[in-house]
Design a protein around this ligand. Sequence first.
Ligand SMILES: Nc1ncnc2c1ncn2[C@@H]1O[C@H](COP(=O)(O)OP(=O)(O)OP(=O)(O)O)[C@@H](O)[C@H]1O
Ligand SMILES: [Mg+2]
Length: 361
Amino acid sequence: MAIIRKLAITQFRNLNQQYIEPGKQLNLFIADNAQGKTSLIEAIYYLGHNRSFKTKSLKELIELDQQKFQLDAQVDNYRVKLEKSKQKTNINIDQSRLKNSSELSKILPIQIITPDKGFIVNGTPKNKRSYLDWGVFHVEPNFLLNFKNYNKALKNINTLLSQQKQQELDYWFLEISKLSVNINQSRINYIEQLKNTNSSELIQELSGLFDTIDSFNYEFKSGWPKEVNAFDSDSVYQYLLKNKPFLLKAKYLNYGPHKASLTFFLNEKEECFLSRGEQKTLSIIFWLTQVSMLVKNNIYPIVLIDDISSELDTTKIKTILHYLNHLNVQTFMTDIGKDLSFIKDENPTIFKINKGVITTQ
Ligand SMILES: Nc1ncnc2c1ncn2[C@@H]1O[C@H](COP(=O)(O)OP(=O)(O)OP(=O)(O)O)[C@@H](O)[C@H]1O
Ligand SMILES: [Mg+2]
């Protein structure tokens, strides 16, 4: 069960040197604009992903006029420490140094709901894959390795195509066909599990989110054209061989799992026709389903929700928080805090942020 028991933040954006001991369930951070709410959410996200959801630039993340930032947490019984400067990155778990960040994500699985990352429904295919693969990574053991090998094969293929080198192409076509089938299968297995989680029980508990919603559905697209059977490596391979001349002309491979996507439907209406409010609500239902499914798999993610009331009304917020508490996951939520008295029922641990200084209430 992932629970952050202690958290120290040093020189991350406007959070100069802060230490908190969060509660096991709902933690609420109240602050006016520009005090450090998103910075706090971003810091926790960073600790679980070794990257930000807002920027690729390290310079933006390090406090102005400083040279490095440091995040240090006790997560369950692990001590997780991440230090970053222009020159080096150090990630330590219990004193031992990590080479890659996937181990970090296993210890600190994080699901984030924030307008900054964009909503999954009617979002970009890239954002959709990012949310989907986050879940697949946590439940399908071989996914990460296949994914890395796939990206390597894709890179090789694109290099060969751009240099018009035909000799080795067939070898990599064969490789990528096999890897593509594995990735596709993992994603499909995961989506099937998700759909089973989307039971009437869950819908019942989330009824405060629905109002008019009758049916919610999503369809997976493998990233290959219709003529390809994405479950069959020979079908993928034959397609690549047949289309080699076109690919050499295009100079890159524009099909495959790196182009996969999801299409969402509400009452059989496709996502692009939905109102922004409907898109938001469906996104949240999808994310909560992912959290719920992971909990069923005995993985307790940490949920981050930034700037909640700017996006949702009281009933919806209450429903979401009640549901997360019921799942027993640790939640970090920020808000401007105009009127949050209705959250009291959920027994939150309340903090305030003022000019980058976090205090308990
Ligand atoms: N690298 C940095 N060093 C110092 N301050 C920074 C850095 N990056 C951003 N800031 C500042 O930190 C402050 C807090 O930003 P943050 O996005 O966390 O605010 P917020 O509380 O989420 O506000 P809002 O309610 O408007 O979303 C802002 O004034 C921002 O300009
Ligand atoms: Mg913000």
